[in-house]
Write a protein that binds this ligand. Sequence first.
Ligand SMILES: C[S@@+](CC[C@H](N)C(=O)[O-])C[C@H]1O[C@@H](n2cnc3c(N)ncnc32)[C@H](O)[C@@H]1O
Length: 225
Amino acid sequence: MNRDDALRQIAADGKLDAAALIAYANENHVGGRDTGAWPGMSVFAAEGEMIYALVRALKPRQVVEIGVASGGTTTHILTALEANGSGTLYSVDLDPQAGVSVPAALRQRWTFVTGDALAAPLPEWADFVFEDGEHGFDFTKRMLLRLKTLNPQVILSHDALTHLTYGEAFQVLPAFKEALGTDRTVLTDGSIAGLAYWFNADYQREPVVPVASPARAPRKAGKRG
Ligand SMILES: C[S@@+](CC[C@H](N)C(=O)[O-])C[C@H]1O[C@@H](n2cnc3c(N)ncnc32)[C@H](O)[C@@H]1O
């Protein structure tokens, strides 16, 4: 499906304004693995544009991201938060070098934590979650169940349909379905990965509360070495 039809589907499911989502997506020029802007582990450009559009539309105060790699989706999300003029991103990756390509100008809103995301400290709540870590069944299911406790408005998982091309090592969709009870996906033209998404019927936007301090202090993005 083309990107705009994918956004129309997401808008219908999330009771969002499709025209506004499409207009937001058109602002985005961060690119993806297919445009050569980001390496092979990253999202396709249209997927990044959809994540960006949702962050623009939902105006999350706090986003949690699992799986950074060189920083493609991190950059899509931070660019959207910057355009919103509000919100922070908290990302977790096993690799201390992850996020190496996130532009310095965007790092003010970013906290990066190194560790296994199943055990790493997370904020107590989030408005928006993007999950793109390890893609086996057990990790994805346990991760999504943990992320659900943050009570976000939406959870997105990447590589929902990668198993159709690369086989059963990719178990994102079965795990997503088991953890969140839905198998809603979009697969945009040219992508072999796809996004699964879940809108939380119990989400309530509470007044802003202080972000909980993690047990171990995370390294502040941009202050490496
Ligand atoms: C597909 S890449 C992320 C790509 C990135 N979201 C993008 O689109 O630009 C997956 C990342 O998950 C990280 N990862 C794998 N297992 C993990 C775990 N248990 N905890 C935290 N990060 C993990 C890997 O180090 C890798 O950087």
